[in-house]
Design a protein around this ligand. Structure first.
Ligand code: OXD
Length: 313
């Protein structure tokens, strides 16, 4: 068996090679292009992130599956050479749900207890306490109830927050009020004092958060994007912040990454920026999951995380 690893980050690439060689000692596991420069018929399985444009898929015509080394697959589905019938498989949790939940809980607690104000007060030498709002006035909306979104919503509910969730199709999470389908989007947004965006980037979510939808959020709402920058129209978010409709935004993902020097988000007083770290790929757990799925596929068994190309996730 031959497995090819393609990843723009050399460190991540080497970690995947080492982890999968440990899982499959008899297999050939190499980076693409093959570092040993031996003739190759192409790999059986590919694992990675943003395979290079050009002839990657023609050099590996016998692939049985491509495993995304992340939860998202937009980087693959937008590849012009991706064969239409090639199974694409995303990571399922693999340690990401815990990290994503920690990130969102951290932001929510900071907002709820007003720590941003206390930081400003410290700089001004000001001693003043603020009583947090009633929890019923601090509704948290989670847009996207996949593995990660559902974990975030469930945890915030268990912490005593009022949580509502939005998904394309019905998804029951005990204690979390569900809003499903296009018609439910506006009622969902109008109650979300904190909006956490955690949905995949697909043709139907691209640019979904624009002047129209952002204006549906209640005045003083906070916008958190931990999904993909492409879901948001930056100029419209900037407008909503500058017109004081929104109190602020926490952004972990951007239309262009790394966020370019001079971009308004770097210095905007109402924006908190992190460099796409809300949920990192943990290679040991992820390689174990990928290896288990490769073994299942080799035995003709079904695997989870198979991407529906029509839906885009
Ligand atoms: C992912 C990501 O898709 O890190 O896993 O964004």
């Amino acid at each position: 068996m031959q497995i090819v690893i393609t990843h723009p980050n050399p460190l991540a690439r080497q970690r995947w090679i080492d982890a999968l060689r440990a899982q499959f000692p008899a297999a050939r596991v190499d980076s693409d292009p093959d570092s040993r420069n031996e003739p190759t018929q192409g790999a059986d399985y590919a694992v990675g992130w943003t395979p290079p444009a050009g002839d990657f898929f023609t050099r590996h015509p016998g692939l049985k599956a491509f495993f995304s080394s992340g939860a998202g697959v937009d980087h693959l589905l937008s590849h012009a050479g991706l064969p239409a019938a090639l199974p694409v498989i995303r990571l399922e949790d693999a340690g990401m749900a815990r990290q994503m939940t920690d990130y969102c809980v951290h932001e929510v607690l900071r907002l709820y207890y007003g720590h941003g104000r206390y930081e400003q007060q410290q700089r001004a030498g000001l001693w003043a306490e603020h009583v947090p709002p009633a929890r019923s006035d601090f509704v948290i909306g989670v847009f996207g109830l996949g593995v990660l979104g559902a974990h975030v919503a469930r945890t915030l509910h268990e912490m005593g927050f009022v949580v509502q969730g939005y998904a394309r199709t019905a998804r029951v999470i005990p204690g979390v009020q569900g809003f499903f389908g296009d018609a439910a989007l506006t009622p969902f947004l109008t109650r979300s004092k904190v909006l956490i965006v955690l949905a995949p980037l697909t043709p139907s979510t691209r640019g979904l958060f624009n002047a129209g939808t952002l204006s549906r959020l209640p005045p003083g709402a906070w916008f958190i994007n931990v999904a993909r920058g492409g879901l948001v129209v930056d100029a419209d978010l900037l407008g909503a912040l500058d017109q004081n409709h929104l109190a602020g935004a926490t952004l972990d993902v951007f239309a262009q990454e790394p966020l370019p020097a001079g971009h308004p988000w770097w210095t905007h007083p109402k924006v908190r920026v992190t460099p796409h770290i809300a949920a990192l790929t943990l290679v040991p757990e992820s390689a174990e999951q990928v290896a288990a799925k490769i073994r299942a596929l080799e035995h003709g068994a079904p695997v989870g995380g198979l991407v529906d190309r029509q839906r885009g996730y």
